[in-house]
Design a protein around this ligand. Structure first.
Ligand SMILES: C[S@@+](CC[C@H](N)C(=O)[O-])C[C@H]1O[C@@H](n2cnc3c(N)ncnc32)[C@H](O)[C@@H]1O
Length: 190
């Protein structure tokens, strides 16, 4: 009869500790691609005026899965009444006041000006970037040339006369959703 082998203690793997970030979270392991493959959209509001519009934009952001909303200017204050954001989306999606939309462009994100202006591309024929920052002008003005020139694309919605700011945001986000995986890189982006 064979002698019973003595039981071996379970092998303990000696994995190296992950490096820590200054915020006490592990950094990504070496070899992790810096650019992921997730599509997203952000919204930039250029000097918006009315809390009702910003509230409606937040509601649209919630409906269409926008990552974050930025705004410039002092007219609209963060503490403003969110009467139109009845779903309390501003609790979940960051709404961030900044001094310059050019300073917050996320990595690999394409700035797109949305303006009813000559030379803009019609939205129905537009292929959206995988990651987009859509920038909208104020209720009582338009996006100036400087910001339009900085944007990679300028798109317009072929309406008779201009729409309300929040309505425009809804149309752009709906168009992006309706086109589904047909962003610039196609289905290889999640
Ligand atoms: C109410 S509109 C601006 C008002 C307009 N400039 C005027 O005549 O007083 C606010 C913003 O909505 C967007 N917008 C409205 N209608 C649009 C359209 N048909 N195509 C593209 N953007 C539009 C633009 O970003 C615009 O700056």
């Amino acid at each position: 009869m064979l002698a019973k082998r003595p039981e071996q203690p379970p092998q303990v793997l000696n994995l190296p500790a992950l490096p820590q970030s200054p915020y006490n979270r592990p950094l990504f392991p070496e070899g992790t691609p810096l650019v992921a493959d997730k599509r997203y959209s952000c919204i930039g509001l250029y000097n918006p005026k009315s809390p009702e519009n910003v509230g409606s934009v937040m509601r649209a952001a919630g409906c269409y899965g926008v990552a974050s909303v930025f705004y410039t200017g002092k007219r609209y204050e963060r503490a403003a009444d969110f009467v139109t954001d009845t779903k309390r989306v501003h609790y979940d999606i960051p709404l961030i006041g900044i001094d310059d939309l050019k300073k917050i462009l996320p990595l690999n994100c394409v700035p797109v000006a949305v303006e009813l202006v000559e030379g803009a591309r019609p939205l129905p024929e537009y292929t959206h970037p995988d990651r987009a920052l859509y920038i909208f002008g104020p209720e009582d003005g338009s996006l100036d040339k400087e910001i339009r020139d900085w944007c990679e694309d300028v798109v317009y919605i072929p309406t008779t006369g201009c729409m309300n700011l929040a309505a425009t945001v809804n149309v752009v986000l709906y168009d992006r959703m309706a086109k589904g995986l047909n962003t610039r890189s196609g289905p290889k982006f999640r």
